[in-house]
Design a protein around this ligand. Structure first.
Ligand SMILES: [Zn+2]
Length: 350
């Protein structure tokens, strides 16, 4: 996640986040809770919607023991008295899916997920990417990433397994266009690419509430990255397409409930900021290529000002490549492999 420094004119109707173990009521039957994360981004938002006699829960948090203890406190605190009947997990990242298996086991809830996100989580729990280490290292080297940073990225597999306990053996698949009846209201399932392949979101037009997951958040922008198993992916294009679709459908005065940070109103302003942020990165990449051909590794220090630890260098690399792939597709950049085996980018207008 990156912080966007642009001053913002959003409206924050709930400026005080819930205390650990407590909930903030956003509307009758709609609760906001938080779980702590052992990361620079130190929390994930959890929402609960009253659904008849039970609770419909939005996201599970990480599968580490502090999260499971925090869940016990919530189940015995603000959620007490109603069973959790459904758990919708927005995408396969550990801070959202991690506790899903445990929570479904503990409460008997049914898991709802988009199929690609469920299957990708299963693949990563199974460590099925570990046989590609040599090819992945080659992928990074050709694009100018030093070995220590490549190690930081390739070490992420075990982290996934450590932070995502398990998934239930069976689940219910959801897809864009589905309508879920929750608490007597229709909630419309939407999905969007960029941060993950098919992030789930939920839109409730009568209450004007949009559960945006990590797609649109205040202050931060989700990592939009290209990974070695799909080197020519264009997640930035997917992300921008998703933002445009969200702006077309969801009114500006809707209450946005994001996966991290505060609920807000001012969706269209925020989408404009996100678009401007990515356009600025693209412009910086083009400028960096003014001086002559550059590898992806050459570009990173020009885009990210601080000294990056290996794991963050990996995210920075993935993010840089995402912008580069879109610039190649648009015809602004071309790449070729030089005699030293390194891929370098050139401006097509140079
Ligand atoms: Zn997240």
């Amino acid at each position: 996640m990156n912080t966007i420094a642009t001053p913002t004119l959003l409206d924050y109707p709930f400026p005080e986040p819930p205390a650990p173990g407590a909930a903030v009521t956003l509307a009758p039957g709609l609760l906001w809770m938080r779980l702590a994360l052992p990361l620079a981004l130190d929390h994930v938002n959890i929402y609960a919607i009253e659904d008849g006699d039970g609770w419909f829960i939005w996201d599970a948090g990480m599968g580490d023991s502090p999260s499971l203890e925090a869940w016990e406190t919530l189940l015995n605190g603000p959620l007490a008295g109603r069973p959790v009947t459904r758990l919708l997990v927005t995408h396969h990242h550990p801070d959202h899916v991690g506790a899903a298996g445990w929570l479904c086991g503990r409460t008997g809830a049914e898991l709802l997920m988009v199929k690609s996100e469920f299957l990708l989580s299963r693949v990563r729990i199974g460590g099925l990417f570990k046989d590609t280490d040599t090819a992945d290292r080659q992928f990074y080297r050709e694009r100018g990433l030093y070995d220590e940073a490549a190690d930081g990225i390739l070490g992420r597999g075990p982290i996934y397994i450590d932070t995502v306990g398990t998934l239930p053996a069976a689940y219910r698949s959801i897809k864009a266009g589905d309508v879920l009846t929750i608490g007597g209201r229709d909630w419309h399932v939407r999905t969007g690419g960029g941060h993950s392949d098919e992030m789930a979101m939920l839109w409730q037009p009568d209450q004007r509430v949009f559960l945006a997951a990590d797609q649109v958040m205040e202050k931060i922008t989700p990592n939009i990255g290209v990974w070695p198993h799909e080197p020519d992916a264009r997640p930035l294009d997917d992300f921008l397409t998703s933002l445009a679709a969200i702006r077309d459908e969801i009114p500006d005065d809707t209450l946005i409930l994001p996966g991290h940070k505060l609920p807000f109103r001012g969706l269209h302003q925020r989408i404009a900021e996100l678009e401007a942020h990515h356009a600025k990165i693209c412009a910086k990449i083009m400028k960096a290529c003014d001086a002559g051909p550059a590898s992806i590794g050459d570009l990173i220090p020009k885009l990210f000002n601080r000294e990056l630890p290996p794991h963050h260098a990996g995210l920075a690399f993935a993010e840089t490549l995402a912008h580069v792939n879109s610039l190649i597709e648009q015809g602004d950049l071309i790449h070729d492999t030089e005699a030293d085996g390194m891929m370098r980018l050139h401006r097509t207008d140079a």
